[in-house]
Design a protein around this ligand. Structure first.
Ligand code: DQA
Length: 164
């Protein structure tokens, strides 16, 4: 089974604190599911039928985000990360992203909006450590990123001889 971990950083609402839910259809473990999980539930179910497990997590806590990226690197999971406001200043998160890509795993940075449009949030300190960046497409940013990460982890799992 290929696993893609979708992690989202601080949300601009006070709707929930730390949360984890399984994207492939399992019941969320607590309270309100992340918006990503609700909006892409059918998509994640389709991926599950292809052997791709999508795990969705959200937290406001930087240290937790870092530990999840380290977990993904150890477990061999692809990562889709929306670092939210941490995008613009967390070198700690950037270093954790680099741990994932240095392990040969895809890490796709996503944003629902296009942050470069905001003069107060001009740059991402994570992008250089990411495999790719998708921004400005709303929920589609996640949709395309999960597919890209899944394809890359799956390709990585297939031995070179089988691909020839
Ligand atoms: O918190 C956020 C949300 C965001 O990551 C997005 O998904 O559009 C874009 C960031 O610039 C901003 O700080």
């Amino acid at each position: 089974m290929t696993t893609v971990l979708v992690v989202a950083g601080p949300e601009s609402t006070r709707r929930r604190a730390s949360h984890e839910g399984a994207g492939s259809g399992a019941s969320p473990s607590s309270r309100t599911p992340p918006v990503i999980l609700v909006g892409l539930r059918d998509e994640f179910k389709a991926l599950a039928s292809e052997g791709v497990d999508v795990v969705v997590r959200q937290t406001d806590d930087e240290a937790t985000l870092i530990s999840w990226l380290h977990e993904a690197a150890s477990a061999g999971w692809g990562v889709v990360v929306n670092p939210a406001a941490y995008t613009h200043y967390s070198y700690a998160l950037r270093d954790a992203a680099a741990v994932v890509t240095a392990a040969g795993l895809p890490l796709i940075e996503v944003h629902r909006s296009n942050p470069v449009r905001d003069e107060h949030r001009p740059a991402s300190v994570l992008s250089a450590a990411a495999t790719g960046v998708i921004a400005g497409l709303g929920l589609d940013s996640y949709r395309f990123a999960v597919r890209a990460a899944a394809d890359r982890v799956t390709a990585r799992a297939v031995p070179a001889t089988a691909q020839a």
